[in-house]
Design a protein around this ligand. Structure first.
Ligand SMILES: Nc1ncnc2c1ncn2[C@@H]1O[C@H](COP(=O)(O)OP(=O)(O)OP(=O)(O)O)[C@@H](O)[C@H]1O
Length: 555
């Protein structure tokens, strides 16, 4: 396979990859390719130039784009004839050059030119090209230039997280890592340790949910000999064990309430007193804590929370960074020890279903799916998608009604462990249409939605409440309740021209970015700008100024 230098692409990567302030660009990421090494490669779309997508163009570049090498898709099933992509104010227009082009948008075969809405902020779409190649179209606020083997991913979100981890690692202050279960909080904590000045010291972890109120003090702080019945020798606590290294308090939200205040002093001063000891000891352990709980409302000790969140890092959900799926699936597969060729043979229908699933269990669920797949492959089977996921397939909530197709792939061999699949009404493309098998995202209770998840959903959808509510799986009124519970930012109608003008004066100002920065609903901000007679920037970068949807009761 020939590699071709791509000065143009390298330049784009370098320019746009310099920081989070860079204007977002649209990117195509390879999420599935029979040549597994190609997974994760990216091509940047220019807003002004139509992109011809075919076997020989454009050039896709790996994460280390600075190397200046890139190559086209090359796969034989991808036609020489082009699928042309044009980014416009009305959306994305996809035009197959002729009938040789075999392509699908979100699972819908493209038989002629079609204009589709561009995915909302934090969302993405899957394009199939030829029989075997899947691409993810998504925004990128920063392109991947950093590397961290513990924190894989080519998404902006992971690039941002890697940079934050590198920045915060050296600070001798506590770090709180927040995010849904299975998003990699422990990996972030390990990275913080490895990149810190304490990396040569011990790495000590404890799951706070497993500590009982009675034993926790001795476990954490140690005990002098004879401090309690049965303490025949002095016991070294975790804080002392971690001296000169890092102490990771996992599941801090599940720490027994009586234990929480005990942590205040040691976090503040490093001082603690083992049970029964006359003198306090001092530990130079760097503290890292993690949780997926809404600490602010769960009765968690608030002074402790304030001390813990000196630095807070958020791990993004997998569904908000779908472009990372291929890279993570490949690594999870290789970690099973199975042969790469076996994964490369995966039926495209199955790969596509995995790419569209919304992964409530995040990277952990993806790893489990790859383990199940490796087991079935060892027995010569291809499982059904439900068997692989361990749950029904869940399509992205914003999949347009016309594209809400069920994914019940026709697979060569059923797995012995396979869950029953819905009957498929298969089309030529291997898709089955119809609502029966399409799994709607169930409405979720707001109790399990913490501040981080709320903010992540609002940020991902540019503070459009309807979309954020859908993404969280809650009703429209519930998102108001969540905002009232978690956010204390002033309402949009209290914002003055003096606060808005500096943001408006930025050359790349967008309503979505302003709403994110000010933490106010986008529509409310639009109305405030109008009330103050201020100009309204485009909704999104490269977008147009939308008419006021004042009829929308959301905001
Ligand atoms: N960016 C990543 N790159 C590679 N593997 C990852 C990444 N993020 C998560 N993983 C893998 O996903 C699994 C879950 O990660 P981890 O245990 O760090 O998540 P967590 O957020 O701490 O979960 P929980 O809240 O349930 O404890 C791990 O096996 C980890 O190896």
């Amino acid at each position: 396979m020939t590699l071709q230098p791509s000065a143009e692409l390298t330049q784009t990567f370098t320019e746009t990859g310099t920081g989070p302030q860079a204007a977002p660009v649209w990117v195509l990421t390879v999420i599935w390719h029979p040549d597994l090494q190609r997974v994760g490669e990216q091509a940047v779309l220019s807003p002004d130039t139509p992109l011809a997508l075919n076997r020989y163009q454009p050039l896709f570049s790996p994460l280390q784009a600075a190397a200046g090498w890139a190559q086209p898709l090359l796969h034989a099933s991808v036609s020489r004839a082009s699928l042309t992509l044009v980014l416009g104010a009305d959306g994305l227009t996809l035009s197959p050059e002729d009938e040789r082009v075999r392509a699908e948008w979100q699972g819908q075969p493209l038989t002629g030119p079609r204009t589709v809405p561009l995915p909302a902020e934090g969302d993405s779409a899957v394009i199939q090209l030829g029989k075997r190649v899947l691409l993810c179209l998504h925004r990128a606020h920063q392109l991947p230039v950093t590397d961290n083997p513990l924190l894989l991913g080519v998404s902006s979100a992971m690039e941002g997280l890697r940079r934050q981890v590198a920045r915060v690692a050296a600070a001798a202050l506590p770090v709180l890592v927040r995010g849904e279960s299975g998003t990699g909080k422990e990996r972030v904590a390990q990275s913080l340790h490895r990149l810190s000045p304490w990396s040569q010291g011990p790495w000590v972890t404890v799951n706070m949910a497993t500590l009982s109120e009675g034993l926790a003090p001795a476990e954490l702080f140690g005990a002098a000999r004879g401090a309690y019945t049965g303490a025949q020798v002095a016991r070294t606590g975790l804080w002392a064990q971690a001296d000169g290294g890092s102490l990771f308090l996992d599941e801090i939200g599940d720490c027994p309430p009586a234990v929480q205040p005990m942590l205040l002093r040691v976090i503040e001063s490093g001082e603690f007193r083992p049970l029964g000891a006359a003198q306090p000891l001092r530990s130079r352990a760097r503290l890292i804590a993690a949780t997926d709980r809404p600490l602010e409302t769960s009765g968690f000790n608030l002074p402790l929370l304030r001390r813990l969140q000196t630095f807070t890092l958020f791990t993004p959900s997998l569904r908000s960074r779908r472009e990372d799926l291929g890279v993570l699936a490949r690594q999870a597969w290789l970690d099973t020890g199975a042969a790469p060729e076996d994964l490369a043979e995966m039926p495209t229908e199955l790969a596509r279903a995995l790419c569209l699933h919304d992964w409530p269990g995040n990277v952990r669920q993806l790893e489990q799916a790859m383990r199940r797949l490796a087991l079935d492959r060892a027995a010569g089977l291809w499982p059904s998608v439900e068997a692989l996921l361990g749950e029904p397939l869940r399509l992205p909530p914003d999949t347009a009604a016309s594209t809400r197709v069920a994914w019940t792939p026709a697979l060569p061999e059923p797995s012995a462990s396979a869950a029953p699949t819905a009957p498929a009404d298969e089309t030529d493309s291997g898709l089955s249409a119809g609502p029966a098998a399409a799994v709607a995202r169930p409405r979720q209770s707001t109790a399990g939605i913490d501040r981080a998840s709320l903010l992540a959903a609002l940020d991902a959808h540019g503070w459009q409440l309807k979309e954020a509510a859908e993404a969280l799986g809650v009703s429209r009124p519930s998102i108001y309740n969540l905002m009232a519970r978690w956010l204390d930012t002033p309402p949009a109608d209290s914002l003055g021209a003096e606060q808005l003008a500096p943001l408006l004066s930025r050359p790349d100002a967008t309503l979505a970015d302003m709403a994110r920065q000010l933490q106010v609903p986008r529509e409310a901000l639009r109305r405030r700008l109008r009330a103050l007679g201020l100009p309204r920037p485009p909704d999104e970068a490269g977008g147009r100024v939308d008419a006021d949807p004042d009829g929308d009761a959301m905001e």
